[in-house]
Design a protein around this ligand. Structure first.
Ligand SMILES: Nc1ncnc2c1ncn2[C@@H]1O[C@H](COP(=O)(O)OP(=O)(O)OP(=O)(O)O)[C@@H](O)[C@H]1O
Length: 215
């Protein structure tokens, strides 16, 4: 069976940090003066009502958008000054499934491994899909999978990507109760290997040591 990640290095300084960041969208200031620090092994749960700015904050943390004030740092250095290094450590799963619909689950994993520059063995690719209940569905085009099964392919991608920082927008959407438990277990495994996770969710989570940011 595939394991999540080989352990990432431990550190006593914050791995991910936002300093005094402000986000303006249209006429609205969604938040300002926001600080956060996240250490290896920690998961941050960003909560808040629809439209409050959770996805906007995630996009700032990924570097896909820039704050109107302040900065985001990775191990003390602004992410803007180390974009490719930072992105090699990051897995961002947004609202959309981000899967190629005409490719199969296994082809999607292989395609992402190639894009991410990761060697993914046949055995690990299949084992990761099987772990999330996709045995027998590996070769179906993704557009033949249900919404929850597509999410399970993405869980297999989380397992095989080997990125230290996971930024996940509403990762529990469309998952059944069993899969919610499996995803929480996957996150805990990642944290135990010195990974970090930032996620949004409208549901409460059973992850020990969880940190919460209410926007
Ligand atoms: N590019 C943009 N231009 C103008 N307004 C924007 C832009 N992007 C986001 N917004 C607005 O910013 C606000 C926050 O959006 P965001 O997607 O961050 O909310 P959210 O907290 O993730 O919401 P939800 O829980 O519904 O997913 C919304 O009112 C949205 O319409």
């Amino acid at each position: 069976m595939t394991t999540t990640n080989s352990s990432f290095p431990a550190s006593t300084t914050a791995a991910l940090e936002a300093r005094n960041i402000t986000c303006v969208r249209g006429e609205r200031t969604l938040f300002s003066g926001l600080d956060l620090e996240l250490f290896v092994g920690q998961c941050l749960h960003i909560r808040g009502e629809n439209g409050v700015g959770k996805t906007s904050l995630l996009r700032l943390l990924t570097g896909l958008a820039s704050p109107d004030c302040g900065e985001v740092l990775w191990y003390g250095q602004p992410i803007k000054k180390q974009e490719s290094e930072y992105h090699s450590k990051l897995l961002f799963l947004g609202h959309r499934d981000a899967l190629k619909e005409d490719l199969s689950a296994i082809e999607n994993l292989r395609m992402y491994a190639a894009i991410d520059g990761i060697t993914l063995s046949e055995q690990d690719a299949f084992a990761s899909l099987w772990r999330f209940g996709l045995k027998g569905r590996e070769d179906l085009p993704v557009n033949c999978l249900s919404a929850g099964q597509k999410k399970r392919v993405l869980m297999a991608r989380m397992l095989t990507r080997r990125a230290q920082l996971w930024i996940l927008d509403e990762p529990f959407n469309a998952l059944d109760t069993h899969a919610v438990g499996e995803l929480q277990a996957l996150i805990v495994e990642h944290l135990q290997g010195n990974g970090l996770v930032v996620l949004t969710s409208h549901q409460s989570l059973a992850i020990s040591g969880l940190r919460v940011l209410d926007l």
